[in-house]
Design a protein around this ligand. Structure first.
Ligand code: ZN
Length: 188
């Protein structure tokens, strides 16, 4: 584990520059943006404080490691919320439910400034979110996609990582009929 951040940590200018570059890059060139048209679990999230919205779309695939999830997002709002969603999708792409749960836990430590991503020694785009922790009002922006994904996982998958239902169409039908699905809010 890398050194935890403390209030006395000074970021050198290169690191700050790296963080900014990563956020801007993901905001301008979002990865995995756009709804998945078939076989979706979907979950909507919003951050009323900033006006950010994020929708997470999930498609199950069977891989050698078991069931893995394709995760896409859509949304609008500030650069931090949208970059965080793009960084998240890149990180959890084609991962198992268990791996995604671990990534969600790890990310929370990063964007709340508790420690840098320690999944490997190389600097990851996720580390860019650690810069956000210096601005408490913006943590909810960074947290929004992760909280939304966490809700999607908890609502649709059992503790064993198996989907509670494979009839994903019901979620699509709910959306088509315009019925309200539970919306995650980072304000709560
Ligand atoms: Zn925001």
């Amino acid at each position: 584990m890398k050194q935890p951040h403390t209030a006395s940590n000074n970021y050198n200018s290169d690191l700050n520059h790296f963080y900014q570059e990563v956020i801007v890059d993901h905001y301008k060139n979002p990865r995995f943006k756009g709804a998945i048209g078939s076989c979706c679990f979907c979950q909507e999230g919003k951050n009323p404080l900033c006006g950010d919205t994020v929708s997470i779309y999930c498609k199950m695939e069977t891989a050698s490691s078991g069931v893995v999830l394709q995760i896409h997002f859509d949304g609008h709002g500030c650069s931090i919320s949208q970059a965080s969603a793009s960084i998240m999708c890149e990180l959890v792409h084609n991962k198992t439910v268990e791996e995604i749960k671990q990534a969600i836990e790890c990310a929370e430590l990063v964007y709340t400034g508790k420690h840098l991503n320690d999944q490997d020694d190389t600097q990851s785009d996720l580390d860019a979110l650690s810069g956000i922790s210096k601005f408490p009002a913006r943590i909810k922006c960074a947290a929004l996609p992760w909280k939304t994904l966490e809700c999607l996982i908890n609502e649709n998958f059992g503790s064993n990582g198996e989907p509670i239902s494979r009839s994903c169409e019901k979620h699509l039908n709910v959306l088509k009929q315009g019925k309200k699905i539970k919306v995650v809010s980072t304000e709560e």
